[in-house]
Structure formats: structure tokens, C-alpha cells
Design a protein around this ligand. Structure first.
Ligand SMILES: Cc1cc2nc3c(=O)[nH]c(=O)nc-3n(C[C@H](O)[C@H](O)[C@H](O)COP(=O)(O)O)c2cc1C
Length: 176
């Protein structure tokens, strides 16, 4: 395997949820690169049914009260990811709305880029969506898919690795 390919696969190996951050801010150019990744993400019928609110640490006191875990309060940047279900593609057969899928894809791509940049992330679903939306002034018709905490990780946490199911448990060849 060439080095570029090895680096690519090692990204997935390196990524883990980070819940404690150092005080180091995320440099402006790094954050700009991460946000541009959101633009390039794929979405059903290219509807791009997403909005993101970027909230820096400065002046985040009220928002910080919404976090259950202390460590997230120190994240230099948090991003609220919002789904616009009215703009999203809907599958006719079963009327499934793809807004949450599309937002999740964009966020996942950004998390991959963050990992490559050495920036740690944690996807936070366990947060009061009404509180987040009212604190950030998000219109009612948007769904909060998650809040992503970003920052440079406390290094010892990089060794933590959560177990995974085996391939045999989850992959079905040919039929279930
Ligand atoms: C959709 C989603 C929601 C999550 N919500 C939370 C959360 O509310 N709080 C938290 O501490 N971690 C949350 N996580 C992180 C998961 O707990 C974590 O991804 C999982 O335990 C595997 O660990 P790893 O990310 O370190 O590989 C969430 C992850 C995903 C993908």
C-alpha cells in the first residue's frame, strides 16, 4: 500500500470521541478548512438540507450550561448541526425524509478532516434540542441533529479505544 493510502485508512483507526480538550484554540485557517468540507459533502438529490452554527468558546457561558459533561465546556469550538426537513429529499416508497442522513454525512466528513488535522471531536446527541435552538436563535422548523465539540485532545485520551462488533456479526454476503 502506498503512503497516501495508508494515511487514509489510518484516519479511521485514529479517530475516537474526545471529551477533554486542551486550552489551545483551533487556528482560523484550520477551522476554515473544516467548514469547507461541509460544502462538498454528498446529499440525497443534492438538496444540501443543512445549516451549521459555529460557536466559539468566548461568550459561550449560557450555551455551556446545556452540556452534561464538564469537558465539552472547554472545547474551543462547538458546532450545532441542523437539518432542514422541508428542503430534504423524501423517498416516495416509504416517505422517509433524508435530512438527518444528509446532515450526518456532512458532519462525518468534517470529523474525518478534523482527525487528519489532529483536531479531536465528539458528536453530542444527548443535549436538550429546545435549549440549543433557543440559545442560538435557530428557527423552529429545523431539527437539531447534534452538537459537535472540536478541539485539541488531551493526549492520554487518544489511547482509549472502544470495542467494535466483528465483521462476521454485521456483514451478510449475498443474502441475510
Ligand atoms: C450519533 C452519535 C451521538 C453521540 N452522542 C454522544 C453524546 O451525547 N455524548 C457523548 O459523550 N458521546 C456521544 N457520542 C460518541 C459515542 O459514544 C462514540 O462514538 C462511541 O462510544 C464509540 O466511541 P469512539 O467514537 O471513541 O470510537 C455519539 C456518537 C454518535 C455517532
Amino acid at each position: 500500500m502506498d503512503t497516501a493510502l495508508e494515511n487514509f485508512y489510518s484516519l479511521y483507526d485514529r479517530r475516537r470521541s474526545i471529551r477533554e480538550f486542551t486550552d489551545r484554540p483551533i487556528e482560523g485557517e484550520v477551522l476554515a478548512r473544516l467548514l469547507r468540507v461541509l460544502l462538498r459533502a454528498q446529499s440525497a438529490a443534492n438538496r444540501q438540507p443543512w445549516h451549521f452554527v459555529v460557536v466559539e468558546r468566548e461568550g459561550r457561558d449560557k450555551f455551556n450550561e446545556l452540556f452534561y459533561k464538564e469537558g465539552f465546556r472547554n472545547a474551543p469550538v462547538v458546532i450545532a448541526a441542523l437539518a432542514d426537513t422541508e428542503a430534504a429529499w423524501v423517498r416516495k416508497n416509504d416517505e422517509k425524509n433524508y435530512a438527518w442522513v444528509d446532515v450526518s454525512i456532512a458532519v462525518t466528513e468534517m470529523i474525518g478532516a478534523a482527525t487528519a488535522e489532529g483536531v479531536g471531536t465528539c458528536w453530542i446527541a444527548a443535549i436538550d434540542p429546545v435549549g440549543v435552538k433557543s440559545t442560538l436563535g435557530v428557527p423552529d422548523n429545523f431539527d437539531l441533529v447534534g452538537v459537535i465539540a472540536l478541539g485539541y485532545p488531551e493526549t492520554e485520551l487518544l489511547h482509549e479505544r472502544k470495542p467494535r462488533k466483528s465483521l462476521e456479526e454485521i456483514i451478510h454476503y449475498g443474502k441475510w
